[in-house]
Design a protein around this ligand. Structure first.
Ligand SMILES: Cc1ncc(COP(=O)(O)O)c(CNOCC(=O)O)c1O
Length: 399
C-alpha cells in the first residue's frame, strides 16, 4: 500500500499562486502586480551594480567551507549596524545575540521556535492584515496567535486607536509582531509620533516587540530612516527581537540572506541566547548558505560599494514612489469617482488598493492583471509602460 495515500494537496499559497497563474497566461497584455519582488521600468528583475561588483570580487574564490551554525560573524556584525546604528552601544557592549538566517523567513521562524522553547506559555499578537506567511510560521512553531487591529478599511490608513486598545488590553508581557517599515500588504506605517506612543505603551505593559524588517531602505529610500521605529524602541529601553532580510533591498532574493537578533540584558545572556539559537538551527539546516553572506559582507565592508548600494536602493524606492504618483494621477484623470489618495500616502512595495476580491477577479479575467485577492498591488510591478493600462482597468472595474 502506498505510504502517503492520505496526503492531500496543500492549499495554493495566496501570493506564489498568483505568479503561477500569471506565468500560465499567454496574453501579451498580462501584468503581474502580485509577488513582492522588485522590477525595473521594463518589468525586469534587477541585479544591483554593487552586487555584480561583489560577484566579480568573489569570483574564483576557493573558500567553500561550512560557515559556523551562527553563520558569517562579519556579515552579522555589518547587518546589526544597519538595524541598531553604526555606533550602537548595544553592539559595543556585546548585548546582542545574533545569527545569520535563511533570509527573513528563516529569521522569523527561528525566533518563533526560540519563543516556543524559552517562553513556552506565550502567544504572539499579529497585525490584521499581515504577510500571509507570518501565520504559517508561528503556527508551525506551535505558538498560539492572537491578532491586533492595524489597518482601517474606511480611511485605508492605520487604525491607531484600535491598535492602542489592543496593546492596552493584551495581558502584561505579551509578544507582538511589528513591521518595522513598509507594512506588507497595506503599505501603511505608523507615523514617528505614533511609534513613540506605541513604544511608551509597550513599556507600560512590559510587552515584547519583535520587529520584522524585510524592506529596510525600500520605504523611504534611506535605510537609517526606515529603521526609525526600531531606534525609538531602543531609545526607550526595550529589549527587542529583529528579523532582517536582504531579499528586497539588496535584491538577493534567491540567496536567502538574513539575520535574527535579540537584544539581551548583558553579554552573558547574549552568549547564552546565541548558543540556543544555534542549537535550534543545527538540526534544522545546520549552518546557513555561504555565498549570499559573502556578497553582503563584500558590499557593506567596502565604503565605495556601500555608498553605491545606498544609491541603488534609493533608485528602487524612488521608482516605486514615482509609480504611486503616476497611478493615482492616471486614475484621477480618468475621472474615477473614488479617492485614490491612499495610493500615494501608503509606502514601500505595496499599495492596499481597496479593490474587492470580485473586482480583482475581473481585473484578471477581463484585463489579464494579476494581484492577490486582497487587492494588494505590488507597486514594483507597475511601470511607465503598463501604468495607463492598469489605471484604466482599475477605473473600469470600480466606476
Ligand atoms: C513582511 C515580510 N517579512 C518577511 C518576508 C520574507 O522574505 P525573505 O524570506 O525572502 O527574506 C517577506 C517577503 N514577502 O514576500 C513578498 C510578498 O509578500 O509577495 C515579507 O513581506
Amino acid at each position: 500500500s502506498s505510504w502517503w495515500k492520505s496526503v492531500e494537496p496543500a492549499p495554493k499559497d495566496p501570493i506564489l499562486g498568483v505568479t503561477e497563474a500569471f506565468l500560465a497566461d499567454p496574453s501579451p497584455e498580462k501584468v503581474n502586480v502580485g509577488v513582492g519582488a522588485y522590477r525595473d521600468d521594463n518589468g525586469k528583475p534587477v541585479v544591483l551594480e554593487c552586487v555584480r561588483e561583489a560577484e566579480k570580487r568573489l569570483a574564483g574564490s576557493t573558500f567553500m567551507e561550512y560557515l559556523p551554525m551562527g553563520g558569517s560573524a562579519k556579515m552579522v556584525d555589518l547587518t546589526l549596524k544597519l538595524a541598531y546604528g553604526d555606533n550602537s552601544e548595544f553592539i559595543k557592549d556585546k548585548r546582542i545575540a545574533a545569527v545569520q538566517t535563511l533570509s527573513g523567513t528563516g529569521a522569523c521562524r527561528l525566533f518563533a521556535d526560540f519563543q516556543k522553547r524559552f517562553s513556552p506559555g506565550s502567544q504572539i499578537y499579529i497585525p490584521v492584515p499581515t504577510w500571509s506567511n507570518h501565520h504559517n510560521i508561528w503556527k508551525d512553531a506551535q505558538v498560539p496567535q492572537k491578532t491586533y487591529h492595524y489597518y482601517h478599511p474606511e480611511t485605508k490608513g492605520l487604525d491607531f486607536s484600535a491598535l492602542m486598545d489592543d496593546v492596552k488590553n493584551a495581558p502584561e508581557g505579551s509578544f507582538f509582531l511589528l513591521h518595522a517599515c513598509a507594512h506588507n500588504p497595506t503599505g501603511v506605517d505608523p507615523t514617528e509620533e505614533q511609534w513613540r506612543e506605541i513604544s511608551q505603551l509597550f513599556k507600560a505593559k512590559k510587552h515584547f516587540a519583535f520587529f520584522d524588517m524585510a524592506y529596510q531602505g525600500f520605504a523611504s529610500g534611506d535605510p537609517a530612516r526606515d529603521a526609525k521605529s526600531i531606534r525609538i524602541f531602543l531609545e526607550d529601553g526595550h529589549h527587542i527581537g529583529i528579523s532582517q532580510s536582504y531579499a528586497k533591498n539588496m535584491g538577493l532574493y534567491g540567496q536567502r540572506v538574513g539575520c535574527l537578533s535579540v537584544l539581551c540584558e548583558d553579554p552573558k545572556q547574549a552568549v547564552a541566547v546565541k548558543s540556543q539559537l544555534q542549537q535550534l538551527a543545527r538540526p534544522m539546516y545546520s549552518n546557513p548558505p555561504l555565498h549570499g553572506a559573502q556578497l553582503v559582507s563584500t558590499i557593506l565592508e567596502d565604503p565605495e560599494l556601500k555608498s553605491l548600494w545606498l544609491k541603488e536602493v534609493k533608485v528602487m524606492a524612488d521608482r516605486i514612489i514615482g509609480m504611486r504618483t503616476t497611478l493615482r494621477e492616471s486614475l484621477e484623470k480618468l475621472g474615477s469617482p473614488l479617492s485614490w489618495e491612499h495610493v500615494t500616502k501608503q509606502i514601500g512595495m505595496f499599495c492596499y488598493s481597496g479593490l474587492t476580491p470580485e473586482q480583482v477577479d475581473r481585473l484578471t479575467s477581463e484585463y489579464h492583471i494579476y494581484m492577490t485577492r486582497n487587492g494588494r498591488i505590488s507597486m514594483a510591478g507597475v511601470t511607465t509602460g503598463n501604468v495607463g493600462y492598469l489605471a484604466n482597468a482599475i477605473h473600469e472595474v470600480t466606476k
